[in-house]
Design a protein around this ligand. Structure first.
Ligand SMILES: Cc1cc2nc3c(=O)[nH]c(=O)nc-3n(C[C@H](O)[C@H](O)[C@H](O)COP(=O)(O)OP(=O)(O)OC[C@H]3O[C@@H](n4cnc5c(N)ncnc54)[C@H](O)[C@@H]3O)c2cc1C
Length: 539
């Protein structure tokens, strides 16, 4: 990043306290919190800009947190993904002679960062849009005697540049984002680090605070095993390896093999045409600007890809940044049923609260996928085993939970907890906006019906009509057969006489075949049909 920062780059940067730089400092510290990458990282770029300005070397630190962004113990699968991500960063930092440390999870960032910054000129971090991340940053900003800059490294357009309020729906935020793209959807300047000097990492950390300990990334399995406080019930998954290298590979595969068909086929669960980039976006392994620019470059060459390009960028930019907007402007409310679910939906769900539900399931039963709905069970098990449920099934999954839990507030709570425990792309603003969309957020009222009231409804026959559901079940079945299930889930399924997964899925498949389920791969998914009347992003 050169000395001339563009307006777009400076509006990404927010100074979180009023302190002056420490002129006697000996380095600039980048507290890498959420954006676990060195490539295309605006926070790193800002840190390097300060290094150039003050003629200082850069140091980078991450404080591993065994508490997830929802305040719950970090699931083991998320911890593994983060370690893999950090290992990639470490490699690159090492090559660029940038001191990089990961502090063990028993220390909170609010204690560790000020200690590590004792001799720093200033500290830079990346922005969090969730409550815990925001509160950590404010605590660090208060504890530091020097500036703390938070840089919006993981969105295309900075949240407060887009809008000054919580937006009503995609249609209200879309024009605001679209207007800003000419300034923000532009290539990032290269980060140059010219003042690097050697640093004894152990000495730096122990002199900062003798209680701080370094997390080693040489043997990730060992490091993972030794971590305290993790949620071991949600074990590591094999299908996603964290890190910027893998993120770039996934992007290339998506552009080469899936983008062309994305517009028409992304909703079909068995086709798996989505990019699979959400876990990488969630952990900041890749920049949405980087993804969007590559997508545009790829699609420009092929006129027939326009629809796919537009619908992918609609999801990546408009829908994703609508979720960021919702969490940012509802910081204390985004997970509180009474405050975040729109009035029309809450009133209507309350009116229908006493409607008879054909079946009630507990949280544990839902987690173990013991319902009588084979599609729902498959979606739940896809999330458990793979770490990522297909996007279309996520909507169906929550809509069905509303019908199986007596109190809609509990239904929302169950969905958020399950989502955040098992999805590798959680905990993220999208986790909350996604679940709560199913309760009417950013949506409108629909024809009133029992249980769901005016909240948009989805049912099994819609899935059967539009998609090849037997193929989806077979896909999940195969994964479950090869990976097995976490013990507590397998045990509960046994108790419910679901038998092994094979038996259940095979049974479901037989039932499905006998119903002659159609296998049309419909273009008109729920959001697809919605998008016929709603404009897509045009760039
Ligand atoms: C109930 C429910 C829960 C969800 N939970 C999460 C979650 O925890 N984390 C998460 O990242 N997304 C969540 N989503 C949004 C969406 O389903 C996922 O982002 C998407 O399926 C991820 O797969 P992909 O990266 O292959 O998507 P692609 O279709 O390839 O899309 C590319 C990117 O666009 C963004 N995107 C796609 N669909 C949406 C959407 N509907 N809303 C906002 N952004 C979108 C994501 O960042 C995604 O990575 C949820 C949606 C629902 C309905």
């Amino acid at each position: 990043m050169s000395g001339n920062t563009s307006p777009a780059e400076t509006t990404r940067v927010h100074k979180l306290n009023n302190n002056d730089v420490n002129k006697a400092g000996t380095f600039v510290l980048y507290w890498m919190s959420n954006s676990l990458r060195s490539h295309y990282n605006y926070a790193l770029a800002h840190a390097s800009y300060l290094c150039e300005k003050y003629e200082m070397p850069l140091r980078v630190a991450h404080v591993f947190d065994a508490v997830a962004q929802d305040g719950k113990p970090l699931p083991e699968r998320h911890a593994a993904f983060q370690l893999e991500s950090l290992s990639d960063v470490q490699k690159d930092m090492h090559e660029r002679n940038v001191p990089f440390v990961v502090i063990n999870g028993s220390h909170k960032a609010r204690d560790a960062v000020p200690a590590l910054a004792e001799d720093a000129v200033a500290v830079v971090t990346d922005t969090s849009y969730l409550r815990k991340g925001r509160s950590d940053r404010h605590a660090v900003a208060t504890a530091l005697p020097i500036p703390l800059y938070a840089v919006e490294a993981d969105v295309v357009v900075p949240v407060q540049t887009v809008s000054s309020k919580s937006e009503y729906a995609a249609r209200t935020i879309r024009p605001k984002i679209t207007r800003a793209l000419k300034d923000y959807l532009v290539p990032m300047k290269n980060v140059e680090l010219t003042n690097q000097t050697n640093c004894d990492l152990k000495r730096w950390v122990s002199s900062a605070n003798p209680d701080l300990s370094l997390l080693t990334l040489e043997d990730l399995d060992e490091s993972l095993k030794g971590m305290e406080g993790l949620d071991r019930g949600a074990p590591r998954v094999r299908f996603f390896k964290g890190g910027q290298e893998e993120a770039q590979k996934r992007l290339t595969t998506f552009l080469d093999e899936k983008l062309r068909e994305y517009g028409g086929g992304r909703n079909e669960p068995a086709k798996q045409l989505q990019s699979d980039l959400s876990p990488y976006l969630r952990s900041g392994n890749i920049s949405p600007v980087d993804i969007a620019l590559h997508t545009k470059a790829k699609a420009t060459k092929k006129a027939s890809w326009k629809e796919s390009e537009e619908s992918f960028l609609e999801e990546l930019i408009v829908r994703r940044e609508l979720a960021v907007n919702a969490c940012w402007f509802n910081a204390d409310a985004y997970d509180v049923y009474e405050q975040i679910v729109p009035n029309f939906a809450r009133e209507s769900l309350a009116l229908h609260k006493s409607d008879k539900r054909p079946k009630i399931f507990t949280y544990e039963e839902l987690e173990a996928a013991v319902t009588e709905d084979p599609y729902w069970n498959a979606a739940q098990l896809e999330m458990v085993v793979k770490g990522k449920m297909h996007g279309y099934m996520r909507m169906y999954w929550v809509k069905r939970i509303i019908g199986w839990v007596e109190d809609p507030a509990d239904a929302m709570d169950y969905a958020i907890r399950l989502n955040n425990r098992w999805e590798l792309d959680a905990v993220d603003p999208n986790s909350y906006a996604g679940v709560i969309w199913c309760f009417g957020l950013h949506d409108r009222g629909w024809t009133e019906r029992p249980i769901w009231g005016k909240v948009r409804y989805m049912n099994e026959s819609g899935l059967k009509r539009k998609f090849n559901m037997p193929a989806y079940i077979a896909y999940v079945d195969k994964m479950v057969a090869s990976e097995g299930l976490p013990r507590h889930i397998a045990e509960l399924r046994k108790k419910h006489k679901m038998g092994g997964q094979q038996q259940t899925i095979d049974g479901s498949r037989k039932r499905l075949r006998s119903r002659k389920a159609t296998s049309s791969s419909s273009k008109s998914g729920l959001r697809g049909s919605e998008s016929k009347s709603v404009k897509r992003i045009k760039m």
